[in-house]
Design a protein around this ligand. Structure first.
Ligand code: PEP
Ligand code: MN
Length: 342
């Protein structure tokens, strides 16, 4: 950590900062310039609270050198991680290709969509049983009944299933049916939920909040990792932008950045970013080109009757076309990634 003093700060300020650093069991390295002094704190950064040093009169800035997340950081884990969800691996040249409805609506439609996903080459199923809706009057999901349907569809077609858990009190119950727990964008900073999920051994799909930075996202991953669950996959699903023609703005740079700064696999959700089906395939491909380790796409057999997110749902045919293109991309990128990780 570097502590930068104000220009002309007195010798007393330097002494105060050095004393504080030494109290914390660290060593101070003083560098006196013509106009200002910079003090380096050497040792484990963890015990330092930057705000405490900042509040010393005469200190202008405090710059951490290390990332505030440790377990999620590539600095401490240079190799990319592989997350195992049932029979599916995600990361380092293995791709999670996930499809299914936004919400489970009925057993029949879910079975139909799982079949479509399987036949198109997807290797995982998605579907919401607990839906975080902006309006309390919108369809909230089928709850545990929906989870039972998902389990049946997953087993029937051999597709591990990911579903959202919105409430820390439901983590154990959802975990009994699901192969992977989804933390939705609205809950990315629900720290009680993150800690509860961290105590399980279930793989987690952690979506990025619509107004959160990549650092916020990795700090949320850190909450899960620090509880002992290292099976975390990140998911970029668009952030709040100024364009009104799309639902959110897909941030491809966040995918590239998260892959750089973290060892965790990252997948793209083009459906919630676009909010409209005509853009979904293009955004999926852009995400894959930015280095994503897979995608999660909403599909529906009858989008105009969907109870949730119909306008962004791909038909089975559209999803099949997208899968062909994605497979071609994987041929190119996948092999490179395997090469790079050797
Ligand atoms: C979803 O996956 O259906 C969902 C609600 O996603 P998000 O949390 O990204 O809005
Ligand atoms: Mn949805």
């Amino acid at each position: 950590m570097l502590i930068i003093l104000r220009a002309g700060a007195s010798e007393k300020v330097t002494e105060q900062v050095v004393a504080r650093i030494e109290q914390l069991g660290l060593r101070a390295h003083i560098s006196k310039g013509e106009f200002r002094t910079i003090i380096g704190a050497i040792g484990e950064e963890k015990p330092i609270f930057p705000d405490q040093l900042l509040s010393i009169e005469g200190v202008e800035n405090v710059l951490p050198i290390m990332k505030p997340y440790k377990l999620a950081s590539r600095d401490f884990h240079p190799e990319g991680s592989v997350v195992q969800v049932g029979s599916v691996r995600i990361g380092r040249g293995h791709y999670g290709l996930i499809a299914g409805p936004c919400a489970v609506e009925s057993r029949e439609s879910c079975l139909q969509l799982a079949k479509t996903a399987k036949e198109s080459g997807a290797n995982m199923l998605r579907g919401g049983a607990f839906k975080p809706r902006s309006s309390p009057y919108s369809f909230q999901g089928l709850g545990e009944e929906g989870l039972k349907i998902l389990r049946e569809c997953s087993d029937r077609f051999g597709l591990p299933v990911v579903t959202e858990v919105t409430d820390p009190r439901n983590v154990e119950m959802v975990g009994r049916y699901a192969d992977m727990l989804q933390v939705g964008a609205r809950n990315m900073q629900n720290f009680v939920l993150l800690a509860e999920i961290g105590k399980t051994k279930k793989p987690v799909l952690l979506k990025r909040g619509a107004s959160n930075t990549v650092q916020d996202w990795l700090m949320s991953a850190e909450y899960i990792l620090s509880e002992g669950n290292n099976q975390v996959v990140l998911c970029e699903r668009g952030s709040r932008g100024f364009e009104t023609e799309v639902r959110f703005t897909l941030d491809v740079s966040a995918i590239a950045l998260a892959k750089n700064d973290s060892h965790l696999p990252v997948i793209v959700d083009p459906s919630h970013a676009a909010g409209r089906r005509d853009l979904v395939a293009k955004l999926a491909l852009a995400g894959m080109a930015a280095g994503a380790d897979g995608m999660i796409v909403e599909i529906h057999d009858c989008p105009d009757k969907a109870k949730c997110d119909g306008p962004q749902a791909l038909t089975g045919k559209m999803f099949g076309e997208l899968m062909k293109q994605v497979k071609q991309m994987i041929e190119i990128f996948g092999n490179q990634e395997r090469e790079a990780s050797r």
